[in-house]
Design a binder for this molecule. Structure first.
Ligand SMILES: Cc1ncc(COP(=O)(O)O)c(C=O)c1O
Length: 389
């Protein structure tokens, strides 16, 4: 009754709604949550522990420890040839979650339109709404590899379009873009003066080709806010740390909001992140190798049992069509949970175009994955026999 209209209007996260059902159930195999099953590599944890022993328990600069910003700058240069000045083009944030929120708050004015390819990560639409902007969803489908094209962007672009949110590799579809595909989008962004907020949190988990940060494309650095973090590749979800890089004026505006809301990221997490960048790449490679092995297994099993699934190019999600089951996404997820105790996320948690799909996370141990897929197959067979629902 006293709640602001804009907050009342946004729905709770579809993932959380579904996982409330899982809470309290025993022996469920969860392929639901989007977080690595690995714990943070030991050297990173040890650095954090040691920093506490050394007495590092204070606030830091609002922008983040200078040494960490320097490490981020060096890492991006070494890995992608991407150059950002640690002085004023990098901001350390409470995960990509905060970085995205700050980018929207810094960029969006009332009634500005923000293009969001769909299915999309759950926060993009609601955060845009919270900034009094208007999310404009562009539906993608397996026919175009769940990718957005300049032609599609053109269809939804208007005089009010301020920005487009790109997320590749994508959550939930795993789709990513080649350099050629990105160049075509870049040309469109430049022509229509659109700012690109590029969430590349899964960039280091790209399997079949090299990841191309959007900001590395010609003349794109000046119109791109690059978001990345430690949660996924370094298995650091609980540390709540990420960063944003971009043009000085945008980073300054984001820093202003960050000063008043977060002040700074926990110093312990910042020190751990420094260690991750300095000595974590080998662990990332090892985890990535294991995700890739699981991807091959999961995709071939799903297709084999009649759930058509394109091969995801990155992240750790499979996004099969469940249309042959005759159930809606929500019914499929609910019945599967009830009958076989396997939790997947209904595709509709990621927008309307997710109807007919389910998200399966393969950031789950191999044996559990095997068992879960056997249960899904049994569930599908029971549907054919008319036993389910
Ligand atoms: C695409 C995408 N962006 C951002 C986030 C949030 O990441 P962080 O833990 O860095 O806040 C997630 C988490 O699932 C994600 O999938």
């Amino acid at each position: 009754m006293k709640i602001s209209k804009v907050v009342e209007q946004i729905p709770p996260s579809g993932i959380r709604v579904f996982f409330d059902l899982v809470l309290g159930m025993k022996d469920v195999i969860s392929l639901g949550v989007g977080e690595p099953d690995f714990v943070t590599p030991w050297n990173i944890r040890e650095r954090a522990i040691y920093s506490l022993e050394e007495g590092y328990t204070s606030y830091t600069s609002n922008k983040g420890l200078f040494e960490l910003r320097q490490a981020i700058s060096k890492y991006l240069k070494r890995r992608y040839g991407l150059e950002y000045d640690p002085e004023d083009e990098i901001l350390v944030t409470v995960g990509v979650s905060e970085a995205f929120d700050l980018a929207m708050r810094a960029l969006v004015d009332r009634s500005d339109e923000v293009l969001i390819p769909e299915p999309s990560y759950v926060s993009y639409g609601p955060i845009t709404t919270l900034c009094y902007g208007r999310p404009v969803f562009i539906k993608t489908s397996p026919e175009n590899g769940f990718k957005v094209t300049p032609k599609e962007i053109d269809k939804y672009c208007s005089r009010k379009t301020k920005a487009i949110v790109l997320n590749y590799p994508n959550n939930p579809t795993g789709a990513s873009y080649s350099k050629k595909e990105l160049k075509a989008i870049a040309a469109k962004a430049a022509k229509d003066n659109i700012i690109v907020v590029s969430d590349e949190i899964y960039g280091d988990l790209t399997y079949d080709f090299g990841h191309t940060p959007f900001a590395t494309l010609p003349r794109m650095k000046e119109r791109t806010v690059y978001l990345n973090g430690f949660s996924k590749a370094f298995a650091m979800t609980g540390w709540r740390i990420g960063y944003a890089c971009g043009p000085r004026d945008i980073i300054a505006a984001m820093t202003k909001v960050h000063q008043y809301t977060m002040m700074c990221v926990s110093i312990t997490s910042q020190m751990a992140a420094q260690e991750a960048l300095a000595n974590g790449e080998r662990s990332v490679r090892e985890m990535k190798r294991e995700y890739r092995r699981r991807r091959e297994f999961v995709i071939s099993r799903l297709n084999e049992m009649g759930l058509a699934c394109h091969k995801p190019e990155g992240a750790f999600y499979a996004f099969p069509s469940i249309k042959t089951s005759g159930l809606s996404s929500m019914e499929f997820a609910r019945e599967l949970l009830k009958k076989e105790k396997v939790a997947v996320v209904p595709g509709t948690a990621f927008g309307e175009s997710g109807e007919g799909y389910a998200r399966i996370s393969y950031a789950t141990g191999f044996d559990k994955l095997k068992e879960a897929l056997a249960r899904i197959e049994r569930f599908l067979q029971s549907l054919k026999g008319g036993a389910a629902c």
